[in-house]
Write a protein that binds this ligand. Sequence first.
Ligand code: SF4
Length: 332
Amino acid sequence: MRLSLTDKCNLRCTYCMPAEGLEWLSKQAVMTGEEIVRIVGIGVHLLGVRELRLTGGEPLVRADLVDIIGALRQAHPELPISMTTNGVGLDRKATALKAAGLTRINVSLDSLHEETFTKLTRRPFLDRVLAGVDAAWAAGLGPVKLNAVLMRGINDTESPSLLAWALERGYELRFIEQMPLDADHGWTRRNMITAAEIRELLSGEFVLSPDPRARDGAPAERFEVRRRTASSGDPHGPVLGTVGIIASVTEPFCSDCRRTRITAEGKIMSCLFSREEFDLLGLLRQGASDEQLAERWQDAMWLKPKAHGMDHVGLDAPDFVQPDRSMSAIGG
Ligand code: SF4
């Protein structure tokens, strides 16, 4: 289960939202902490939810974040609770998040170069993000995973050095194909860096071999990483760590997808790219029982599409209708 805590964000990533930001949801429209705990409870007790990921917008901008995680942990002592964040402000909150019961964290980090980072996020916050990553590690929110979206001609060629940096620090880096979920609808298949190109970009310095561990429905295809050396024909060189590639567009994993999403205003989305949403929060506020809410949720998930169909999109043929909702309003 992925639950978005807010649509607001303190970055303006070019592959997500316009420089001026978006019209944010009103406070009234967004789920309260109590409503979030109730909805997660219905998911866990009535619908078989076994894992929870908190997303945004940017979850760290929500003032009651630590309280929400504390209440969720109290209600579900064994539930793995992870969070995806852009890391801005994480250095100040990592310890409290861990103490409240957060299990582990994914931090978005598209570049280690100040200029490139600022170009991609439209904010000069690289040092704050790096401080957040280190604080997450120090707080024990590991394994710390890093998410990097590669953009052609901007940070794509930086991918080998980004991987080397992550491996040296024991972070698990995942490269993500840019998805057509930007509010500007500027995404093109031609401009996107594909998984095949990512493997090619890394192959100059590294040898990637399939991670023997089961993928088990995880979005990332994982590889064991060895340094490519003159004699790298020797497959037994030391494994430096792992890298993941999330190829939602060109190598989709829809047949294995078990994700259900709840947006910040309590809408059920059966797929990241579905254009159908089902209102759960409205029904909850009308006084529906947990069983009635579970039924609405189940009905919505029965309509989960078999596949998003993007992998058949030609390089320029826009025969894929991009959803109206942008990444920041879904939460990934
Ligand atoms: S929601 Fe995520 S991708 Fe979008 S601007 Fe914020 S940090 Fe960037």
